[in-house]
Design a binder for this molecule. Structure first.
Ligand SMILES: Nc1ncnc2c1ncn2[C@@H]1O[C@H](COP(=O)(O)OP(=O)(O)OP(=O)(O)O)[C@@H](O)[C@H]1O
Ligand SMILES: [Mg+2]
Length: 253
């Protein structure tokens, strides 16, 4: 017997079917940018427009994948594999900078050491705090889900920070523990529960409504629940926000 209501399946199939057209738009814009020798040279303005198209296809691809991952999670599908903490954090930073500062994203793709990465992102106000053995450690987890969790927290921190974002991590009691902290306006205590509800946002303008769906943290909570993890928020209005997530490591591999 099927547990999912029909309308959920229809929505998920519709979202799934967006994958191909989005990829085609992305690939088309990229080839115009990368193959000017074949397709003809572009003006500065045309390059700017095409880059904006590429950035927006990336955002849409991520939204589609996030929704599909939530559907998978709801069905109890966990795809665990071994990956390093460094690849997780660097991968998320690339995804976030791809949309905010693509030059930094390109530089992150090229670095090979923790020190070089720190140097590149320090200019963009991001600090990492990982001990060497944690940074190089391999963990066995559902990579797509963990990436979605960390990306949502880092994206929120970028959106709300004044200047700085700190990302810290340890492995303790068979859990991967990650902290994402910013120095922004913080979250008043009265909203500490409500920010995890679907469609709750604190922004009031139309622009806020376009950028903020109030779905990111609700999705993070679903993924954490399904992985047996938890999240703790520490924040007071005016004093920045710190989100801590603990995710139990899988024993399989
Ligand atoms: N680091 C933060 N500092 C201050 N407020 C935050 C922070 N993170 C989240 N919030 C508040 O919690 C609300 C819900 O966050 P959530 O990530 O669920 O949605 P969103 O960022 O508004 O939209 P999206 O669905 O695109 O993620 C935000 O609108 C914001 O008001
Ligand atoms: Mg968000």
């Amino acid at each position: 017997m099927n547990k999912i209501p029909d309308s959920n399946i229809k929505t998920e199939i519709l979202i799934h079917d967006l994958k191909v057209p989005i990829s085609v738009i992305n690939a088309g814009a990229r080839s115009l940018l990368d193959r000017q020798d074949t397709y003809g040279s572009l003006t500065e303005k045309q390059i700017k427009v095409l880059k904006r198209i590429v950035r927006n296809t990336l955002t849409t691809q991520r939204l589609v994948n996030d929704v599909l991952e939530l559907g998978r999670s709801r069905e109890g599908v966990m795809i665990c594999s071994w990956f390093t903490v460094s690849s997780l954090v660097a991968g998320v930073l690339v995804e976030v900078f791809d949309l905010t500062d693509p030059n930094v994203a390109d530089r992150i793709r090229k670095v090979s050491t923790y020190g070089q990465l720190q140097e590149v992102i320090a200019h963009a106000g991001v600090t990492l705090c990982f001990e060497k053995q944690i940074w190089e450690a391999s963990v066995c987890l559902d990579a797509a889900k963990v990436r979605q969790i960390l990306r949502n927290l880092v994206t929120n921190a970028f959106k709300h920070r004044s200047a700085c974002v700190d990302i810290r991590g340890v492995i303790k009691n068979s859990c991967l523990i990650l902290w994402v902290k910013d120095d922004g306006r913080g979250i008043p205590r009265a909203d500490h529960q409500r920010i995890f509800e679907t469609y709750f946002t604190t922004g009031g303008s139309i622009e806020d409504a376009i950028q903020s769906h109030g779905l990111g943290l609700a999705g993070v909570m679903v993924l954490l629940r399904d992985m047996g993890g938890e999240m703790v928020l520490q924040s007071d209005a005016g004093h920045g926000a710190e989100f801590k997530v603990s995710i139990p490591l899988s024993r399989e591999g």
